[in-house]
Structures are given as C-alpha cells and as structure tokens.
Design a protein around this ligand. Structure first.
Ligand SMILES: Nc1nc2c(ncn2[C@@H]2O[C@H](COP(=O)(O)OP(=O)(O)OP(=O)(O)O)[C@@H](O)[C@H]2O)c(=O)[nH]1
Ligand SMILES: [Zn+2]
Length: 357
C-alpha cells in the first residue's frame, strides 16, 4: 500500500529508529484544520499530532501533506498519533499573511514542479521567473508547461522565449483538448515521484489533472468522513495517485505559490542573500573582488552555495531586463495613445476653425 505512495529503501532506512520504537510508517494524503489522513499499509487512517511533537514544533515543524510520518495506534482511540516525520527532501514554504516570521509548509517531498502557463495570450515571462524561483527554492525540479497549444499560432516561438529564461529547464507544449503532449509531460515524473502543478487560475491545471486521470478514475476517490455532527462529508485527497506509480500533490495555496510576495518578487525567496548584500563594506560593491565583500566571504566560508549565488544574479538581471522591456512596451502604448489624442485634438481645432468661417 505505501509502496504506491513512493515508499523506498532509503525511506525505510531513515525510518529505522521509528521502527525500533514500534511505530508504523505512512504518508499524509490530506491535511485539514482538525487533523490528517495518512495512507498506511493498513489503509487510510485519521491521525493527530502528538502533544510532544506539537510543543517541539515551530510552524515549520508541523507535518504537511506529502510528509512521511511515524504513527502509533492506540487501542481505544479512533485516530492514530503522529510522533515524528522523516526529513523532507524538498518543501514549498510560504510566509503566513499575518506575520513574515511565521512559515507554513504548503507541500513536502515534491520532486517535480510543473510551472503551467497558457499559450493563448501574452506570455508573462516575469511571472514564469517567479514560479521558477519558487520551484528552485523548494528543491523540486522545475518543468515549464505551455498549455492550450491548439490556440496559439506560433507555439515553438513562444517556447523558445521561455526556454531562454532557464537553460536546461525542460519546456513542454501541451493541448489537453487535442490530447497532445500529455505523455511527454508524465515522462518527466518517475515511478514513486511526486509532482505539483503551479500556475495562475485558468491556465488549464485542472484540465490536465483530469486528462491524466482518465485512465484511472479510481484515483480521484474522495475520502468519506463524518463531521462532529455525525454528517457524512467528503473531501478530496490532496495527494493523488496518477498512472504509472506517480503522485500529484494539490493542496490549498500550492497552485499560486510563485505569486506570493509578488511585490518583492525574486527578493522573497532570496532573503538571506539580500541580507548579505547590505553588509558589504562598500555600498556600491559589485561582489566580484572588492575587499570586505560579504558575498565572497560567505561563498568562501561555505555559508552561501555558489550555484545559488549565480542563480540569484541571473534572476535579478533577468527581472531587471523584463521590467525594462515592460516599461518600454508601456511607454510605446502611452505614446500611441497620446498620438491618437493629439490627432483628435488637431482635427477638433480644424473643425472649430472651419466652423468659424
Ligand atoms: N482550447 C483549449 N482550452 C483548454 C485547454 N486546457 C484547458 N482549457 C480551458 O481553459 C479553461 C481553464 O481551464 P482549467 O483547467 O479550469 O484551469 P485551472 O488552471 O485549473 O484554473 P483554476 O482551477 O482556477 O486554478 C477551461 O475552460 C478549459 O476548458 C486546451 O488544451 N485547449
Ligand atoms: Zn559585495
């Protein structure tokens, strides 16, 4: 049973201490206000976090959908208890709206992040960059998906513009309507791996999920529950089984994860680096070879991953270029608008003069 949720020998090895403590492994497939639903070898079970784990945990220490947890089953209780969760390979994190310091895990152990945007309309490269930054921060492999290729006259041209943003990052074109490109998309996710779809509303994420599930309607099965009043309610699992032993995670907030802190843009996911930049000796430091450069010092002492620094530089340069391009386009629109107004103004003047004769 947990095999189909991606259980592996390395997870089993990491679980060994919990196994010795007599605990059972499981993966969280649903998280709601009042608790969790966990998939185990004995089926799906409701679970709550142990008092001890709750006390030890900061926000980031709470189990999230996608986490592998260690459970115990009380003899009398109807729900299992979560005592611990295994170290996360990756995590999508967001800052809570009410406090920049409060962190919330949107999704744990995601391997592939599909960044979904549609081909019918203007490509928003800056937005794609934000999603790329969020994926990169999480640790998942990003794959850009351009949907609705049936509605675009030049999908290859658009794909080339996107591919230039992030060399090496796959860019795929699909049309759910025509059933084109879906297999290539699934091929990006290995057996036992977990993916997410992130992207703005209306780009076609739900349509993609439905297309994937066509082969296996059972996988959308809802979880039937009884609420406090004894009524039956159903809630959709947030971790979905896809064909071929793949998994897809779809929790509240994950779809638009890249647009959180939209104002701050790239800065939001590179806060530590932006902090470093404030501490260079020279305020106009280029972070190349100036004395007292905090960035170079951090790289040398191993505090800052050079690849991460290179990525930050690349994203800020591209963000600036994209902004410049948008400003240029906006100015051109404004010039045309003014030009048109002037034409109307001159024509009116001419008519007025003409009318006066
Ligand atoms: N022509 C065409 N239309 C599509 C395609 N895929 C999706 N659509 C349409 O795009 C609209 C939005 O699709 P959704 O799947 O609901 O978009 P979404 O990203 O899930 O949106 P949210 O649920 O708001 O996050 C729907 O009317 C779909 O029928 C496609 O490949 N071609
Ligand atoms: Zn510097």
């Amino acid at each position: 049973m947990i095999g189909q949720y991606g259980w592996s020998t390395s997870l089993a090895a990491a679980f060994e201490p919990h196994e010795r403590a007599g605990h059972t492994p499981g993966r969280i497939i649903l998280h709601q206000r009042d608790g969790y639903v966990v998939a185990t070898d004995n089926g799906e079970i409701r679970a709550k976090v142990s008092g001890r784990l709750r006390h030890e945990a900061g926000e980031i220490g709470h189990p999230a959908v996608g986490d592998w947890v260690a459970l115990s089953f009380g003899a009398q209780e109807r729900t299992a208890t979560i005592h611990a969760f295994l170290p996360r390979r990756t995590a999508f994190v967001r800052r809570a709206a009410d406090s920049m310091r409060k962190l919330q895990i949107l999704a744990a152990n995601v391997d592939v992040a599909f960044i979904v945007t549609s081909l019918n309309g203007d490509l928003n490269l800056r937005r794609i960059q934000r999603y790329l930054a969020a994926a990169w921060e999480s640790g998942a492999r990003p794959v850009v998906v351009l949907t609705k290729s049936d509605l675009c006259a030049d999908p290859e041209g658009q794909a080339a513009r996107v591919a230039a943003l992030e060399p090496g990052c796959p860019v795929l074109m699909v049309s759910a309507r025509q059933g084109v490109g879906l297999d290539a998309l699934l091929a990006q996710v290995g057996r036992g791996e977990t993916c997410v779809l992130i992207g703005s509303s209306g780009v076609g994420k739900s349509t993609l999920v439905n297309a994937f599930l066509n082969e296996d309607r059972m996988a959308t099965r809802a979880i039937r529950e009884t609420d406090d009043q004894g009524r039956h309610t159903t809630s959709h699992r947030q971790l979905i089984l896809l064909p071929g032993g793949r998994l897809m995670l779809d929790t509240p907030g994950i779809r638009e994860v890249g647009l959180i802190d939209a104002e701050a843009g790239v800065s939001a996911v590179f806060e530590d680096i932006e902090g470093l930049l404030q501490t260079c000796r020279f305020t106009n430091c280029s972070h190349a070879n100036e004395p007292g450069c905090a960035v170079q010092a951090a790289v040398q002492s191993g505090v800052l991953d050079p690849a991460r620094w290179a990525h930050y530089q690349k994203l800020t340069l591209e963000a600036a270029a994209a902004e410049h391009e948008q400003e240029r386009a906006a100015k051109a629109v404004e010039r045309r608008r003014l030009g048109a107004l002037q034409k109307v103004y001159r024509a009116t003047k001419r008519n007025e003069r003409g009318g006066g004769d």
